[in-house]
Design a protein around this ligand. Structure first.
Ligand code: ZN
Length: 198
């Protein structure tokens, strides 16, 4: 027997499909939304739609941005010959918060995971290799220290090495499986400064 109306059930279902939201949280959010003033619900819905319509990949580094080229890539004072490879835009934001990294980034949007069926063709690797045809001196691999992150790092290093471009990996000390975005800035900087040659 359905306890709620069809519309509420549908809303709970949609919310529960979001990452990190279990069925209980989805229920709580659904009832919260239903009880919100209509104007606020409309604003929220509109914000979601306009974010989806206006956010795109940066043409150079593939981070999510409102412009054709993101502010980091557009900044001529950044060192465009040093590319830090990260798994997602949140990781990029974590390094930007330190304010100490002057190179640019490349956002993969994922990591290789044979278990989840995510192969090299499913992340922005081809795009990285295309960038390396330009003037690049170092590729810093800053994928997570999870199994997927390490697999991806190894794969990238094998691809980049034959080009003669320097390849480094951020130092361990970043907790295993730890999402970069949750790591404090001091640890991130130490990992960057202590990077090792691959
Ligand atoms: Zn960019």
């Amino acid at each position: 027997m359905d306890l709620y109306s069809g519309h509420i059930n549908k809303l709970i279902e949609e919310l529960a499909a979001l990452p990190g939201i279990g069925h209980k949280s989805a229920q709580r959010l659904a009832f919260h939304l239903i009880n919100m003033p209509k104007a606020r619900v409309e604003r929220l819905a509109q914000t979601i739609v306009s974010a989806k319509e206006n956010v795109r990949y940066c043409k150079e580094c593939y981070t999510l941005t409102d412009q054709d080229v993101c502010p980091v890539c557009a900044n001529q004072r950044r060192d465009h010959a040093t590319i830090m490879v990260v798994e997602n835009t949140r990781d990029l934001a974590a390094y930007e918060k330190t304010g100490k990294y002057i190179g640019v980034y490349h956002v993969l949007h994922g990591a290789i995971s044979p278990m989840l069926g995510i192969g090299p063709g499913d992340i922005k690797l081809k795009e990285l290799m295309q960038r390396l045809e330009g003037d690049v001196q170092e590729v810093i691999i800053a994928t997570n220290s999870s199994l997927e992150g390490e697999t991806t790092a190894m794969y990238i290093s094998k691809l980049v090495k034959p080009t003669g471009i320097r390849v480094t990996r951020i130092a361990s000390g970043v907790p295993v499986g730890g999402d970069l975005e949750y790591i404090d800035e001091v640890t991130l900087l130490r990992a960057l400064e202590g990077r090792v040659e691959l």
